[in-house]
Ligand binder design. Sequence first.
Ligand SMILES: C[S@@+](CC[C@H](N)C(=O)[O-])C[C@H]1O[C@@H](n2cnc3c(N)ncnc32)[C@H](O)[C@@H]1O
Length: 190
Amino acid sequence: MTKIKRHKTTFLKTFFKERKQVGALAPSSKFLVNKMCDKIDFENAKAILELGPGTGVFSKEILARASADTKIIIVELNEEFFKLLQKNLKDPRVILVRDSADNIDLILRENNIKHVDAILSSLPLAVIPEKIKKRIIIKSHAILRTGGSFVQYQYSLNAKKMIEKKFGKIKLGFVTINIPPAFIYHATKA
Ligand SMILES: C[S@@+](CC[C@H](N)C(=O)[O-])C[C@H]1O[C@@H](n2cnc3c(N)ncnc32)[C@H](O)[C@@H]1O
């Protein structure tokens, strides 16, 4: 079995174990990954935060595009995904943490990072409890530097209002070549 097939199988198995946590049946498509990564200014980023990496499809692209001195903080809650990422993301730029995204302020403090230049999130906001989701959005806004990008995909517009409440008007994109098709929310910190 190829690595990609193995990752798809791990993803599906993990979905059936932890439906609410994973929130999707398959890893994101290359189209979605590229469209989201295109929103990030990799050249000038000193620190990038990824939330909910799963099997690491975005992590790989972030590593390919980021500069040699960019810190890449990756936060995954699920143990199985975390172990897989530990094996596959052996790069000195990566700070891989097993924790919930609502602890991002503490995670940054522990790693002596004050602000990040961009946040790329695949968190399944539609199924994350309201209180936790609110904390994640408030903290994401707080740790992002002014002018930095918060990029999130979702299969619906459910989280748009909550994100706009904190960030102001967001730009919306839509990617059809993904299972299922996905909205991209792009917010900038004013
Ligand atoms: C829809 S999957 C996205 C996986 C991958 N980034 C992709 O696009 O293929 C959501 C991911 O968020 C993780 N997750 C869910 N709740 C989380 C939380 N509170 N903190 C960190 N990760 C979380 C899940 O374990 C899963 O890896």
